[in-house]
Design a protein around this ligand. Structure first.
Ligand code: CAA
Length: 258
């Protein structure tokens, strides 16, 4: 398996655990982290033995944002011609499930990266925010769009305009995170949840991710049509036959990913 300077990557059975590892900068996301994360996700997607990923940071910070020191001196021409941050679309192109396990700060690009994952499990220490306005800018990795879709205009607007942080309990109430977990148990719970997902029929997992994501891209009628067609398509898989036979025979499914 490849090794990285800013990430730790390990495989635990069918689960890939990726840990952001730039402690000296609270896991700030620079170009190197982006390149390594995209490489790690591409390898995960291509590895037939891997079926769910967990992305986490440290106890203190999931990630404290895009790297301010890397951006500070850039001109408009450099940002625009280099299409700064466009590379994150290669992260969101990952087809297999990714869980964000967030403890401590998830600010700016850190909050945006967590939202690029399929769902967020938050430690009770997690703090989410889009503080870019305090730097004289705004979100640039999707925060104004994904946060607004996740928690609605009122809270998203307040957070972007004031830069205030939202704690884990409020984030759960608002629908930003799926569950809050005591910090000491976060990683175990995330790995357990990932193992549950990894134990499902792999093609069904890909299809479920595409279906839910379609809700963000389409109108209701089109989204329901997309869901129904994918549902029909799954009847072309061996795992649908196996899954339904296993239910009738009262035994667990034995998946082949075909
Ligand atoms: N970029 C670069 N370096 C960062 C960083 C960032 N986003 N966040 C923290 N660091 C660095 C600090 O500069 C510091 O480095 P030095 O020791 O070399 O000075 C180190 O990490 C530790 O940070 P602090 O000493 O500040 O730690 P703290 O506990 O006192 O404060 C914090 C923690 C409140 C998270 C504070 O670090 C902070 O406010 N960070 C910036 C948060 C932020 O503004 N994020 C948005 C970035 S812009 C963005 O993300 C754009 C976008 O939409 C993609």
């Amino acid at each position: 398996m490849a090794t990285y300077e800013t990430l730790l990557v390990e495989q635990r059975d069918a689960v890939t655990l990726i840990t952001l590892n730039r402690p000296q900068a609270l896991n700030a996301l620079n170009n190197q982290v982006l390149g390594e994360l995209v490489a790690a996700m591409t390898a995960y997607d291509a590895d037939d033995s891997q079926h769910c990923a967990v992305l986490t940071g440290s106890e203190k910070a999931f990630a404290a944002g895009a790297d301010i020191k890397e951006m500070a001196g850039q001109s408009f021409a450099e940002m625009f011609s280099g299409n700064y941050f466009a590379g994150w679309e290669r992260f969101t192109a990952t087809r297999k499930p990714i869980i964000a396990a967030v403890a401590g700060f998830a600010l700016g690009g850190g909050c945006e990266l967590a939202m690029m994952c399929d769902f967020i499990l938050a430690a009770d220490t997690a703090k989410f925010g889009q503080p870019e306005i305090k730097l004289g800018v705004g979100p640039g990795m999707g925060g104004s769009q994904r946060l607004t879709r996740a928690i609605g205009k009122a809270k998203a607007m307040e957070m972007c305009l004031t830069g205030r942080m939202m704690g884990a309990e409020e984030a759960e109430r608002a629908g930003l995170v799926s569950r809050v977990i005591p910090a000491a148990e976060l990683l175990d719970e995330a790995l357990k949840t990932a193992a549950t997902i990894a134990g499902m029929a792999p093609l069904a997992a890909l299809a479920n991710k595409e279906m839910v994501n379609a809700a963000f891209e389409t109108g209701l009628a089109q989204g329901i049509q997309f869901e129904r067609r994918l549902f029909h398509a799954l009847f072309g898989t061996a795992d649908q036959k196996e899954g339904m036979a296993a239910f009738v025979e009262k035994r667990p499914g034995n998946w082949t990913g075909k």
